[in-house]
Design a protein around this ligand. Structure first.
Ligand SMILES: [Zn+2]
Length: 481
């Protein structure tokens, strides 16, 4: 609700010169500077709000003026949180109470229904110290006695959702777009031992995964069980008709056949499902064939480049819905997605999803809209396809036995070079973990070590020196094609 109401009350504040003072007073540590400042009486502060707001109901509801930084109007209150005015309807504030009377201590489930709250509920007492808002209610929910106090801290008033999409652990978190050069220099490797047993190393890895959408685990014991262990460190396995884990395996074939295994172009997995898996793991157990390198591209970067180079094509791809299918005797799946999805469908906003998986595309001949606009759509799709495959975007490496890549399936496109099965073997074990589960792990990681989480940054390379010595295991493979 705050998001809806905020603009109504925030706008007048933009022009108020008190703002720097207000912002400063929200800090709790008293500085000498603050101590010397004359204390502004709340009627003056609230008077500023009054000029731009409606009738003050504090006297009516509380029998006295509202505390400093709070203003009560008929159906909602405004409160100054860290220098910003936020507005909340009383009913929704009451609804947000998480005290032990309202929310079960153990299960954390609510003990009332939103519809149990009397529509005319108003406060009878309000306290605000810049950090915590306390409210006692007139005409509370039936059964809630006079002792009931609702408490809201500043964080909750700013955004009380468990994992807000824009936070650095959310769906629309800030990501660091990368190209081949960036990935060659800042790829994140962690040993299996550290990933599994060193909490801080694991948290750093999760932060890199959140930012870059791809990390690598090395020194993994030689066992088919390992991919499940690595995956479940992040969250439960996502089961599909391929099984909870699966194999990409190739054994030597007829000796006169070289490179029978064709390359597999850039794609995302399981786009024919309603909820394609958020994250994918590929653990290399054997890779002694010639070829078979793995290729990765940051589709968000490719889409963003297209946005600047050809806004028309970018727009067309937000309208072009492609279909994907898995159509076999035992399983039949299909789904369609716009190639590019932006926040609120707004072309100037963040990219939320790229949906691109040519090997799994289904016919679209029955779509009249696509027929009608095909020439624009074809041009836009071709521009995007060629952007993805440009050399400067493609990061390539050959996974060695004992190495595992973890990547964001709905952001990082993956592909495989053809390989020679005449000699050698190739065996990767794969698994998926849903986005929800990994976002939860991002959040718990951040909660456990907030400072470490925030300090872990990815430095963009400057003037591109050669890859650091510690990354030689992959760097030597980067230039094979
Ligand atoms: Zn409560």
């Amino acid at each position: 609700m705050s998001r809806v109401l905020t603009p109504l009350v925030r706008l007048p504040w933009r022009s108020i010169p008190l703002r720097p003072f207000l912002a400063r007073r929200s800090y709790s540590t008293p500085s000498t500077e603050q101590a010397q400042e004359p204390k502004t009486a709340y009627p003056a502060l609230n008077g500023v709000i009054s000029k731009h707001s409606y009738t003050d109901y504090a006297q009516e509801y509380l029998g006295k003026p509202a505390p400093e930084g709070v203003r009560l109007v008929k159906a909602r209150l405004s409160v100054m949180v860290d220098g910003e005015i936020r507005g909340f309807r009383y009913m929704l504030l009451r609804d947000a109470c998480k005290c032990n009377l309202c929310v079960d201590e153990h299960s954390k489930q609510r003990k009332f229904r939103t519809t149990d709250i009397p529509p005319l509920i108003v406060p009878r007492d309000v306290k605000w110290d810049g950090k915590e808002l306390q409210i006692k209610w007139s005409s509370d929910i039936e059964g809630w006695g006079p002792d009931h106090v609702s408490k809201y801290n500043a964080t909750m008033l700013k955004d009380q959702r468990a994992n807000p999409p824009r936070s650095d652990t959310g769906k629309m978190r800030r990501r660091l777009f990368w190209d081949k050069k960036t990935m060659q220099e800042v790829q994140h490797w962690v040993s299996y031992e550290d990933y599994m047993n060193d909490e801080k190393a694991f948290i750093r890895s999760m932060r890199h995964l959140a930012l870059m959408g791809i990390i690598f685990v090395k020194d993994i014991p030689d066992s088919r069980e390992m991919v499940e262990k690595i995956a479940t460190r992040m969250g439960p396995l996502r089961n599909t008709f391929y099984g909870p884990t699966w194999d990409v395996r190739s054994v030597p074939q007829a000796k006169n056949v070289a490179y029978t295994n064709v390359s597999l172009g850039f794609h995302m997995d399981l786009m024919y499902m309603n909820e394609p898996p958020g994250f994918q793991l590929l653990h290399c157990l054997e890779n002694s064939c010639d070829g078979g390198e793995s290729l990765f591209v940051d589709s968000f970067r490719a889409a963003d480049l297209l946005r600047w180079r050809s806004p028309e094509a970018f727009k067309d791809l937000s309208k072009l819905h492609l279909s994907y299918e898995y159509n076999h005797k035992e399983h039949v799946y299909n789904n369609s997605w716009p190639v590019l999805e932006m926040e609120d469908g707004d072309l100037t906003k963040q990219i939320v999803h790229v949906n691109y998986s040519p090997p799994f595309q289904a016919p679209i001949i029955s779509d009249d809209h696509i027929h009608k606009h095909w020439s624009e759509y074809r041009r836009a799709l071709a521009m995007f396809a060629s952007e993805i495959e440009r050399g400067y975007n493609v990061f390539q490496l050959k996974l060695n036995p004992g190495e595992c890549v973890i990547f964001e399936n709905r952001r990082v496109l993956h592909a495989r070079n053809k390989f020679n099965t005449e000699q050698g073997k190739r065996w990767l074990a794969g698994a998926y973990v849903d986005e929800d589960a990994v976002l939860s792990t991002f959040r718990t990681s951040r909660n456990a070590h907030a400072q470490l989480w925030h300090e872990t940054r990815v430095q963009r390379p400057r003037n591109a020196p050669k890859a650091a010595a510690g990354k030689q295991a992959t760097a030597k493979n980067n230039e094979t094609e």
